[in-house]
Design a protein around this ligand. Sequence first.
Ligand code: ATP
Ligand code: MG
Length: 318
Amino acid sequence: MNIQRILPRVYGILTNFNTCAPLTNTSTIRFQHDKSSINEHRAKVMAKGLPEKKPLPGVKSIVLVASGKGGVGKTTTAVNLACAMKVIEPDKEIGLLDADVFGPSVPLMMNISGEPMLNDDNLIEPLLNYGVKCMSMGLLVSGENAVVWRGLMVMQALERLTRHVAWGPLDCLVVDTPPGTGDTHLSLAQNLPIDGAIVVTTPQSAALQVTKRGLNMFDKLKVPIIGLVENMSHAVCKNCGTRNYIFGNETKQMAEQMQLEMIESFEVDPDMSECINSGKPAIYALPDSIHAEKYRQLANKVFKYISNKDKEEATATK
Ligand SMILES: Nc1ncnc2c1ncn2[C@@H]1O[C@H](COP(=O)(O)OP(=O)(O)OP(=O)(O)O)[C@@H](O)[C@H]1O
Ligand SMILES: [Mg+2]
């Protein structure tokens, strides 16, 4: 196979942004169009509407893992979910896209590194670990270099990570998203046919408030919510087994208020944190733990959700 090294090409594309001609001094800008032709141009652009959502070739379903809030365990959930889906349905093909362009953690948590390659079709080959096909900006930008980009560049990078990767065939692509409600979410929701989003939150009111913003964003973008996952719900005392609700206990109440289902809840577990941070997701490192069992149940719910959605879509098109 004619596999070529990819970094120069990726950098080639990205440096195009950086070599844009500097802005001309405003005094030298000449206005070449009158107002009516500008309005005409605007009308034409607006008539085109939002970009068309095009499926990813060979990818049957796309599920986002998101939250408005940072540090609540989105990547931990996305990684364990993708691995659990592969564990419970080994014949299905599962992918994991790290859409956190500025703070990619998937390479660390999935224990993947090294330059991805280009295949004969000029597509980036995802890296495979634990049977899951993975792609992340962290694999394309070397070491600890910071990515300092504006919105348009982020969108272009996402386009690369989605449409220029040899994802297919995939039964489900799990997408880990960055914190916030910004360009990444907008770009993903506008360009990809997303089947649903799992929203991760911790139980303290500060996190729930921001999570609500995330939920409202998905409502506006017409992305269905599969359910809420509560992470770090409580800690269990190793000596006496008492549950300590260190961060409060308001997630269920919010789920009810927003008419959403809380589909899983994970307690704080230092072992789980240690595993994921050393590139061995709990689902493999601690297969008999409560967490691993809950991730398998979560994976089951996601499979059920996507298969029901497929059936609904098939009936709707009849
Ligand atoms: N249930 C848990 N018990 C113990 N530690 C956890 C648990 N869930 C996540 N962690 C730890 O919390 C830290 C943050 O998790 P993670 O990186 O998944 O959050 P995130 O929401 O993706 O963060 P970001 O917003 O920065 O992308 C990690 O070190 C992870 O190991
Ligand atoms: Mg993350």
